[in-house]
Design a protein around this ligand. Structure first.
Ligand code: SF4
Ligand code: SF4
Length: 442
């Protein structure tokens, strides 16, 4: 009997028929660029998805591996003249791959359970892991393990990345941000999402985001009990948990704000999270209790730069330190959310900052969720390509609006001995503002 995968066949079939095989997506697809094989292209992958949905092809291990070789970067969506919704088909395919269990092994099951069902579903567990990791790194244990050569028992990816990983935040967002912060003059009321990786590694970016919002006359509500956005789960074939997390986040925001109606916007500062958060309406469309609330959520969800551009970015006067900055675009901010000009506008509002464009700024850096762990060779070659472009700009700072990209770039720069600083555009703005560059005087 032919296997009909549940999620792919649940999609509107016209989505799968939409591809007209024009090939416009081929030059922008990093995996096709690397191999020149049709099956590694968006067009080839869509043909495979359609064949499986039609029952002409079984859901095989080869198909599963193909779906995990795809970065999910969505560059193909930006290039596609037919408006193909590759992201939805990609998520459905990965979900079917997981249901079919063609890739299942005990080790893989354990890693997925730990990451998707424990750490990234329970914020307290993730923070506990963060605390333990911070203590471990600050102790003498890492040095002792290296000296005794016990690190050889670690998984290869831990040995590879551990020495170059960014430091964990000293404080988490809850310790840096009050639940409700009100500016001197209040014009807007916004909800703020602090994320999980952002919170663990770059909580200061969340503080900077709140500060910028206050400068722009926004009252900021940051619910304490928020969860991971669920993008990691959706991109790794677990739409069920992704939906649970979406419901939790909506409820947490409603609890603090009274209702979503009372908010002018809901702010995310992480490109990957924002892209997924904007699709809560799609994710919960079959849930009668949440359908309308999720629709409202998605309408209000904005990347921080997108929101600031909408209400008018205040220019900071000169007087600070001159900076040469280049901008790396997070795939899910530029291709997923189509936000490309706003972060640049935010950077250019800092008078002492010179923005230098890099070649292929929209080309994936190889981070792509956990792609750098699951496909290390391809991820490393994409990272090298990115580092060469970064270097040729002669910038001293690279701005990136997604924690996954920031980690990937920081690791790459440290490994190659380069000294560029990687930071979020909001942090550059907030730092300049704190130096006394008051926009009201601009
Ligand atoms: S998501 Fe990225 S890697 Fe995957 S098919 Fe599209 S362009 Fe290629
Ligand atoms: S650009 Fe769009 S329509 Fe053309 S081959 Fe790629 S996915 Fe299909």
């Amino acid at each position: 009997m032919k296997q009909i995968p549940l999620q792919l066949s649940k999609l509107d079939y016209s989505m799968l028929q939409q591809c007209m095989h024009c090939g416009m997506c081929l030059p922008v697809c990093p995996t096709f660029d690397a191999t020149k094989l049709e099956r590694h292209s968006p067009r080839g992958r869509i043909a495979l998805m359609r064949a499986i949905t039609d029952g002409r092809l079984g859901l095989s291990r080869a198909f599963a591996e193909e779906m995990y070789f795809c970065l999910g970067c969505l560059a193909c969506e930006s290039a596609c003249p037919a408006g193909v919704d590759y992201g939805a088909m990609f998520e459905a395919s990965r979900c079917d791959v997981e249901s079919s269990r063609v890739l299942a092994t005990r080790k893989r099951d354990l890693a997925r359970w730990l990451a998707l069902q424990i750490l990234f579903t329970h914020p307290r567990m993730l923070r506990l892991a963060g605390h333990l990791l911070r203590h471990y790194r600050n102790s003498l244990l890492p040095k002792a393990l290296h000296q005794l050569r016990l690190t050889r028992w670690f998984p290869s990816w831990v040995r590879e990345f551990e020495p170059f990983c960014p430091e964990l935040s000293l404080f988490f967002s809850d310790q840096l941000i009050k639940e409700q912060e009100t500016p001197k003059i209040k014009k807007y009321r916004v909800g703020m999402l602090t994320g999980c990786v952002q919170d663990l590694l770059y909580a200061q970016v969340n503080r900077d985001t709140v500060d910028i919002l206050l400068v722009h006359n926004c009252e900021v509500l940051t619910p304490r009990r928020q969860s991971c956005c669920g993008s990691l789960h959706a991109h790794n074939g677990n739409l069920k948990i992704s939906r649970t997390l979406a419901r939790r986040n909506i409820k947490a925001m409603e609890r603090l704000a009274g209702s979503l109606d009372s908010l002018d916007a809901i702010i995310s500062n992480a490109g990957g999270c924002g892209s997924h958060l904007k699709h809560y309406d799609e994710l919960l469309k079959d849930d009668p209790a949440f359908r309308d609330r999720a629709k409202q959520w998605s309408e209000k969800l904005k990347d921080v730069s997108e929101w600031l551009k909408q209400i008018g970015i205040k220019r900071l006067p000169s007087g600070g330190e001159p900076k040469l900055v280049t901008y790396h675009e997070s795939c899910h901010l530029c291709h997923g959310q189509k936000v490309s000009a706003a972060p640049r506008e935010l950077l250019c509002a800092i008078s002492d900052l010179t923005l230098i464009e890099m070649k292929e700024s929209t080309w994936c850096c190889g981070s792509a969720g956990i792609y750098n762990l699951t496909q290390p060779e391809m991820a490393a070659s994409l990272l090298q390509r990115k580092l060469l472009h970064l270097e040729s700009t002669k910038a001293t700072v690279v701005a990136s609006a997604n924690p996954g990209c920031t980690i990937q770039l920081e690791i790459g720069l440290r490994k190659s001995g380069r000294t560029l600083r990687v930071t979020h555009p909001v942090s550059l703005y907030a730092e300049a503002y704190r130096k006394g560059l008051n926009p009201e005087n601009a």
